[in-house]
Design a binder for this molecule. Structure first.
Ligand code: CDP
Length: 228
């Protein structure tokens, strides 16, 4: 037998990437719950850096200062709560201006490099469902299943509107649609880890699918995958 045959297998990963408000978070959490796996909301890490930058008045254009901020964060994910130095920042990072700040900090290569190891540490037994922009392309290129989840801009704006109102934020649909299109453009055009389907990814358009149908489509693709 070769050494490769004896190499310890890393826990399995399902990578779910896609544009803003495509429902990645909801779908990834449900798939993780069905399988009994861990869940990584990688966008939360960029949102935390965005929040800290806004709070500490660090320029969103200063990649080096932002990567130093990112190097200091040790968030603890506890169900719905995200603890950062004892403070639950789960709600604060959902504000739309924090999402926009996250998208701006995410263009800086040194900052992205700092977050790579932090994200890979979430890969634990029995498996991980990870959602973001570059889960299948950069962070877990050996993922067992890669999904690119999308939906029309209009339906994503509707979903984000509902989500913000439910959390008690005020929101305007026309502003959301404009911000979302700007964010898509920035996430897709950046030089490092741009938003794009990973090679071999299942591209799933959920515009006309319910949450349950989308979850089922991901699970079905996982069951049908080529086992390693
Ligand atoms: O909730 P939404 O889909 O709008 O965004 P998110 O997943 O919370 O991510 C916020 C921002 O972080 C995105 O607009 C991306 O610019 C950035 N991000 C990234 O660059 N790479 C990731 N793996 C996840 C998020």
């Amino acid at each position: 037998m070769t050494d490769a045959a004896h190499a310890p297998q890393l826990p399995q990963v399902i990578a779910i990437d896609g544009p803003t408000a495509s429902g990645k978070g909801t779908i990834a959490q449900r798939v993780a719950a069905v399988l009994g796996w861990h869940y990584l909301d990688s966008g939360a890490l960029y949102r935390i850096v965005g929040l800290l930058a806004l709070r500490e008045a660090v320029s969103l254009d200063d990649g080096l200062a932002l990567s130093q901020l990112a190097g200091q964060i040790e968030p603890v994910f506890q169900g719905e709560r995200i603890l950062l130095g004892g403070e639950d920042i789960a709600l604060a990072i959902r504000a739309e201006q924090v999402g926009t700040a996250a998208s701006r900090v995410a263009v800086h290569p040194p900052l992205r490099a700092v977050l790579v190891e932090l994200q890979r540490r979430f890969r634990r037994s029995p498996g991980l469902v990870a959602d973001g922009r570059d889960m299948g392309t950069v962070i877990f290129p050996d993922a067992d299943l890669k999904v690119f989840l999308t939906a029309s801009a209009a339906s994503r704006a509707q979903r984000r509107y509902k989500q913000l109102i439910e959390k008690g934020f005020s929101a305007k649909l026309t502003d959301l649609l404009r911000d979302l299109e700007e964010r898509d453009a920035r996430d897709s055009a950046r030089a490092v880890a741009p938003l794009k389907p990973a090679e071999g990814a299942l591209v799933l358009d959920s515009t006309h699918l319910s949450i349950e149908q989308t979850v089922e489509a991901v699970l079905e693709a996982y069951r049908r995958r080529d086992p390693r």
